[in-house]
Design a protein around this ligand. Structure first.
Ligand code: UDP
Length: 329
């Protein structure tokens, strides 16, 4: 039986991955510090015989180490997300996303793990010049979150090069789906819009809403992690994207509701769109869930966002102050 460890396994993507690994017959260890109060994400699988939850922080290598005993596959998804807090608290992002990744790599190496799959971010491309964007595009982080995620990728691939720990880094493009965050900082558009829709408020559309994103459904992303673990490829970074790009106006159309416009932000690309040839060729992976279908799933589960913060132009203006201050001209 394959023993798989998922850091951040109580989080949004990690919990979907843990569920998939269980269904594939793996013994699954979830390591999470539950900062996001996410134990509920694991409730459907927590009773499973092959499932263990370990409350540990990736910044603390001593507490992490025992969790890695006899693991075959390590999936490293624990980390801090969001743009604004990364500008305000770069030290925390560095210690979690960089030192934390170092700790995970060292634990994996010392435990003799076979393979590690790292959750990297497409934000590391910054404002790309080529669409669809291939992995060879320049890395141009615009804020500490993107930089620290890229540093984690570099560490991971370096461990593959030097220590022979098989590793793949997956650069994720705009992942959305059920269990995406319902609390905390101003962040990804789905949580913002679903909470607005539930409370009957207009959607706060940035700019003219014609900007597009490569929205990738979370269960497809979980499948990409599994395919990466099952493969014999190592030392590579690969894009994980839907194969399309969709405007915010299209999202509004699918969700249905009024809009109000808020200012465009510095450092935000007008488009994200992954070139997925590499992952398709090397791992045989491609996304299965269409944007329409994915948005449909979100609407079916919209009540999950009933306690999510409801943002409006004024509170967004306040929450994004550092963004304009540091990333503006
Ligand atoms: N967006 C928006 N209104 C919001 C939040 C986000 O129109 O209240 C837009 C944002 O401008 C971007 C897209 O939604 O074009 C995706 O934003 P998100 O923060 O989810 O991802 P990222 O910009 O990091 O790709």
């Amino acid at each position: 039986m394959t023993k798989a460890l998922v850091t951040g396994g109580a989080g949004f993507i990690g919990s979907h991955l843990a569920e998939l690994l269980i269904s594939e017959g793996c013994e699954v260890i979830v390591v999470d510090n539950l900062t996001s109060g996410r134990m509920s994400n694991l409730s459907s699988i927590a009773e499973h015989a092959g499932f263990t939850f370990i409350d540990a922080d990736i910044r603390d290598i001593a507490s992490l180490k025992p969790a890695f005993k006899d693991v075959d596959w390590v999936f490293h998804l624990a980390g801090l997300a969001d743009i604004v807090p990364s500008i305000e608290m770069p030290g925390q992002y560095f210690s979690t996303n960089v030192t934390g990744t170092f700790n995970v790599l060292e634990c994996a190496r010392n435990a003799g793990a076979e393979r590690i799959v790292y959750a990297a971010s497409s934000s590391s491309y910054g404002i790309p010049e080529v669409y669809p964007t291939p992995e060879t595009s320049p890395i141009q982080p615009q804020y500490p979150y993107a930089l620290t995620k890229y540093m984690g990728e570099e560490l991971t691939l370096h461990w593959a090069q030097v220590y022979g720990l098989d590793a793949i880094s997956l650069r994720l493009f705009n992942v959305y789906g059920t269990r995406s965050r319902t609390s905390g900082a101003y962040g990804a558009v789905f949580g913002v819009f679903l909470a607005q829709k539930l409370s009957g408020r207009p959607f706060t559309v940035v700019g003219d809403g014609q900007q597009t994103r490569d929205f990738t459904y979370v269960t497809d992303v979980a499948q990409a992690f599994l395919a990466a673990a099952q493969s014999h490829v190592s030392g590579e970074a690969m894009n994980v994207g839907s194969g399309g790009t969709f405007s915010i106006n299209r999202l509004v159309e699918l969700l249905g509701g009024e809009v109000e416009f808020i200012p465009k932000r510095p450092g935000e690309p007008d488009c994200t769109f992954a070139d997925i040839n590499k992952i398709n060729t090397l791992l045989g992976w491609r996304a299965r869930i269409s944007f329409e279908e994915g948005v449909g799933h979100m609407l079916e589960h919209i009540t999950d966002w009933r306690d999510a913060p409801v943002w409006d132009p004024k509170s967004i203006d306040q929450a994004t102050e550092a963004w304009f201050q540091y990333l503006g001209d």
